[in-house]
Write a protein that binds this ligand. Structure first.
Ligand code: PLP
Length: 352
């Protein structure tokens, strides 16, 4: 949500307009190093191997699986929406024997059956999405970390990072990836990723993907600085700028801003008589899902918001395509004025 479809932090946009540096220029390498350090802060990890993978959030997902899963390894995935389903697909393509444990869309992943399946099948990897963007539900990753036993814990935090607390080390997450375009407030194009010692020791020595082989870390971000691929320098500079804006504000303050805006939005929608889709007590502040009222053309309302008010909201996903709206309140757009604008505009369109 916001004026125009894409509204990153000004610092992230400004960085894109600077003269381009070469990908091995010492000035760029200093920016890259500082970006990795800033990523450790937002992931809340001491993992040395923390970097922006060149590719979108899905590249982060693929990198996480292809480096940890070999043919026949059991991967237990807690699925409560589209991105959990994508995890199953990606893990399967890496040769995993996928054990899928479903929770209803809109509800969180239920940790107990996931952990039970992991024990019964001697899983190598347990995977779950922290913030399911398709439904607006948050799941308890700490509970999976506490009960994971010998398995590796793989977390998708594409929509949670910098929007709500993410604690890679405290929750015993072994590998996690994110995206830049959500609460990090940076254009899409990179996938911040962090991998801890346990996962590093058990990684696949020669993964099926050359490009996403995390062994490249030593070449790309480590001291050796050997060429692996040409780093997308403008995108790294943009991520550096966006992270700078967040850390200047303070990570806790950024979380509080998302929380305040999201809850104000949810309260305003309910006051308008609309029904929220995600289960109460498990609603993300940065991504609000709303059931489209009976008789209302969901797509026409989205079009009117965009054309008349320059506000973009998302449609539903899968079977909820025409019956749910998804309203993002993320990164730079998580501001009280945007909440007020959206509520006013939606109220006018719906006549409420
Ligand atoms: N995981 C989650 C939770 C997402 O919301 C998304 C994208 O919205 C992805 C993964 C995939 O990221 P991308 O579309 O940047 O490839």
């Amino acid at each position: 949500m916001g004026p125009g479809p894409c509204n990153p932090y000004p610092e992230a946009v400004e960085a894109l307009g600077r003269p381009l540096l070469g990908h091995l220029d010492p000035e760029f390498l200093a920016i890259l190093d500082e970006t990795c350090a800033r990523l450790r802060t937002v992931f809340r990890t001491a993992n040395e191997r923390t970097l922006p993978v060149s590719g979108t959030g899905s590249a982060g997902m693929e990198a996480a699986f292809v480096n940890t899963v070999a043919d026949g390894d059991v991967v237990v995935v807690g699925v409560n929406g589209l991105f959990g389903e994508r995890m199953c697909d990606v893990a399967g393509r890496c040769g995993a024997r996928v054990v899928r444990v479903d929770s209803p869309w809109g509800a969180p992943v239920d940790p107990e059956p996931v952990l039970d399946a992991a024990r019964r099948h001697q899983a190598k990897v347990i995977a779950a999405v922290h913030a399911e963007t398709s439904t607006g539900a948050v799941s308890d990753i700490a509970a999976l970390g506490a009960g994971k036993g010998d398995a590796l814990l793989l977390m998708d935090c594409v929509t949670s990072i910098a929007g709500i607390p993410v604690e890679v080390d405290e929750w015993a997450v072994d590998i996690a990836y994110a995206g830049t375009q959500k609460c990090l407030g940076v254009p899409p194009g990179l996938a911040p990723l962090t991998i801890g010692e346990r996962a590093w020791e058990r990684r696949i020595e020669r993964p099926r993907s050359w490009y996403l082989d995390l062994g490249m870390i030593g070449d790309y971000t480590g001291a050796a600085r050997k060429y692996h691929h040409t780093a997308p320098v403008a995108m790294v500079a943009s991520l550096h700028g966006g992270l700078g804006a967040i850390l200047d504000e303070g990570l806790t303050a950024a979380h509080a801003r998302h929380e305040a805006c999201g809850r104000a939005l949810q309260a305003g929608l309910e006051e308008m008589g609309l029904k929220l889709f995600a289960s109460e007590g498990h609603r993300l502040p940065e991504l609000t899902t709303v059931s489209v009222p009976d008789g209302v053309d969901a797509a026409a309302v989205r079009r009117a918001l965009l054309e008349r008010f320059s506000i973009e909201i998302g449609g539903g996903v899968g079977q909820y395509a025409a019956t749910v709206w998804r309203i993002g309140c993320m990164g730079h757009t998580a501001r009280p004025r945007n909440v007020t604008m959206l509520l006013g505009a939606l109220g006018e369109i719906l006549g409420r």
